[in-house]
Design a protein around this ligand. Sequence first.
Ligand code: NDP
Length: 462
Amino acid sequence: MTHADALVLFGITGDLAKKKLFPALYELTRKGRIDDMPIIGVARSDWSVDQLRDRARESLPEGVPDVVERLCSQLRYVRGDYTGAETFAKLSAELEGYDTPVSYLAIPPSLFDDVVSGMAAAGMNDRGRVVVEKPFGRDLASARELNNILHRHLREEQIFRIDHFLGKEPVQNLMVFRFANTLLEPVWNRHYIDNVRITLAESFGVDGRGGFYEGVGAVRDVVQNHLLQMVALLAMEPPSSADPAALRDEKVKVFKAMKAVDPAKVVRGQFTGYLDEEGVEPDSDTETYAAMSLEIESWRWAGVPFCIRTGKAMAETVTEAVVQFKTPPRLLFSEHDETPRPNELRFRMKPDDTITMTLQAKQPGTDMISRAVDLAVDYERALGGDGPEAYERLLNDALLGDPRLFARQDGVEEAWRVIEPVLANPQPVIPYAPGSWGPDAADAIVPGEHCWDAAQLSRRSN
Ligand code: NDP
């Protein structure tokens, strides 16, 4: 893998650059990872390079001035429309003498074609890499079309599809926890695990972005990408080597073994008040909540439901995966007719990064009664320090040429295949109150007597 020697940022005047990319570049500058590398912004605004530097300063209000100025000194600006050949001629001249430029497309996907064709016509695509922002399509057909557009001018190994969720420290931790702890492997299968439940809940609504959210909905926004990626990390086989292809191959195998979701078994919800948001159709049936159960037809997982749910305007902001083991038999040494609760392993990624294993222990006293106790690790307390922010890590990986945390074409298309029926035949949305846990109908998604979250049930019964 060859380290990049130049970075091109299409969309440098946009929102993503301001909120995420400048802060990521700042951190990389602070750590000395992009010393002397030209950062060439390309956009339509009639800005001078000094105006671009002001934008960088504005985006980094808490930055150490020396570091901000170092970053600013590396900025250059090419003004131009992506539909014009002269834009790419100017860019090509700026890149003269650089062998491995990385071009980041922080632009809407509708512009990808113009940009990659423009780059190709200027002879820029035979070297370097291209990072593309999500969304990777709206469904299987549009994802294929987008991939075809990219493949007309680029080889798959040059394309780095960014899903910032995969760059998060706790998500990476899932992988280490699974494959660096021998004790898990023998029980990590259908013989010991009853079900897996994943929640990605946000306590806020659409935050004034109704116009954007209306055309997307929860399934496209987070299920097809973030939640399916989490399922893949929990369910995949150990990669056969450290080779980047090995990890991505294993994730794709999980998607391939997944049945397409039965739309009749999906619960879609919409929080009350969504219809009053600006940019939302008065009769919109866009879901702000979705819950479903996924089936993986493999020797390891057949019969173990992976239940996933996500929602906006929920009771809490929380991202977690709970692996629930099978219920043990009745306590035969107890005089009470007691069946202990099953063990659980809880990976909480937001708001805190913790792993909790729930075990059973004897309740002190004369009776033989078991009680649940938690063995919990708070990563920050135990290991200290934060890892890099997701965009910083992923941008660094793209510059290094490490594709492990980026989505590959086959994985993206398989994930769309799995959820395609939900998009093609959506169930009507069920209203739910903001601040709740979504429609009650979703309780039926979790099998048997289990529930999404024990804490949630106890709150309900209080
Ligand atoms: P913006 O609309 O804020 O920015 C778009 C950028 O593209 C601007 O720099 C704009 O330049 C440039 N541009 C648009 N059309 C042209 C053109 N014809 N010629 C030249 N430049 C053009 O978008 P965002 O930054 O919000 O989003 C970019 C991508 O990132 C999208 O794919 C989005 O889905 C994704 N994304 C965004 C997130 C966010 O928080 N914003 C989060 C996750 C993903 P100018 O303004 O100078 O005309």
